[in-house]
Design a protein around this ligand. Structure first.
Ligand code: SF4
Length: 353
């Protein structure tokens, strides 16, 4: 290692990486992957975690118009699950050892805070399970529909049984990109406000990035630095989840004339590890988005978590996910062992089970 590299590595180890360092590393991927893997080994050992969970998308009716979405439907064509149907899905999940129910849905124009609390209370009254639900966009929309602030909405949801929130709807935290790919979603400032409000109220969240569409390498790096800044301030992120853009059946897919190589995915996963070090030690690769072979490669590029078994996955499937809607714990563990790592089941808050 020459002196410049040594100095850079020391900066990264001490959490003092700069944007220019990240850009430099992205153009020196072998070096980047080495550092990312070393930091992963230091922070997580050879353990790769996953959670047994179930996704429930209780409605696909949505007033939004995100250009990457193949899930939404107009009210006339869409569905809305009854409480009984939701509880049946929870029952099936719990029988299969799920510790987490993940609920995300469209922005249904007829729903208010009482409907969202009703879902949480209905589940919690019957099952001792962690509910990870409602993106910052859903929380913002419910607040508008209910004439409340986001803080009031979050407090009510927490009292009704909300355990944590998904940090989805982040996409790329740059308003010029958001204006093209999700013009009616919360802007960067509002996403940040909802997430930091949740953290301050004691509601942890994940953080996400949607990469592989119209954004540049610099945009990806800036996004990860924004996540880092929030994490330094609140410490409320449990993990950073990298979501590769799925291009089938959506408008954005027609606008983007390229696909994302596994090398490109490995670079952005490794960048997440080095930029977020030492503030966020869980970097999650998505088997649904990447497929099984590529997700194993991410374990060599800084990732230490494979997310959930899911049991039911609608959003990526409709956009062309190459793999199924469910991975059994046995299959996930085999995948992890085949990559030379030790699988461990965890709960939503990263306590090993
Ligand atoms: S991504 Fe979510 S908010 Fe956007 S259109 Fe699809 S369902 Fe609606």
């Amino acid at each position: 290692m020459n002196a410049d590299f040594e100095e850079l590595y020391e900066r990264i180890r001490h959490g003092a990486i700069e944007r220019e360092d990240a850009l430099f590393l992205a153009s020196n991927p072998l070096y980047l992957w080495c550092i990312a893997d070393e930091l992963r080994a230091k922070e997580n050992g050879d353990i790769v975690t996953y959670v047994v969970n179930r996704n429930i998308n209780f409605t696909n009716v949505c007033v939004g118009d995100c250009k990457f979405c193949a899930f939404r439907a107009e009210k006339e064509q869409g569905y809305m699950l009854s409480m009984d149907a939701i509880l049946e899905k929870v029952e099936e999940a719990v029988i299969n050892d799920a510790t987490e129910i993940c609920i995300q849905s469209g922005l249904h124009p007829d729903l208010e805070i009482s409907d969202y609390c009703g879902i949480l209370e209905g589940i919690k009254s019957q099952y001792d399970v962690h509910i990870h639900a409602f993106s910052p966009m859903e929380i913002y929309y419910v607040a508008i529909k209910s004439g409340m602030t986001e803080a009031e909405v979050l407090k009510e949801l927490k009292s009704a049984g909300l355990g944590s929130i998904p940090g989805t709807a982040a996409e790329i935290l740059d308003d010029s990109i958001r204006a093209i790919i999700c013009p009616n979603k919360v802007n960067t400032a509002k996403w940040t406000e909802v997430i930091t409000t949740a953290h301050r109220l004691g509601i942890p969240s994940t953080a996400t990035i949607l990469y592989g569409h119209i954004e540049s390498l610099e945009d990806r790096i800036n996004h990860i630095f924004k996540i880092r800044d929030i994490q330094k301030e609140t410490g409320g992120f449990t993990e950073f989840v990298l979501l590769k853009f799925m291009r089938k059946n959506n408008e954005l897919g027609k606008m983007v004339d390229r696909s994302v190589s596994s090398q490109e995915s490995a670079i952005v996963h490794a960048l997440a590890r080095v930029i977020l070090h030492p503030y966020c030690s869980n970097i999650q690769a998505s088997w649904v988005k990447l497929g099984l072979k590529d997700v194993q490669k991410m374990l060599l590029s800084g990732a230490n978590d494979l997310g959930g078994t899911l049991m039911e996955e609608n959003i990526s499937r409709l956009s062309g996910s190459p793999v199924g809607e469910y991975m059994s714990p046995d299959d996930l563990e085999r995948l992890i062992k085949d990559a030379g790592r030790t699988p461990r089941r965890r709960n939503t808050l990263y306590e090993l089970l």
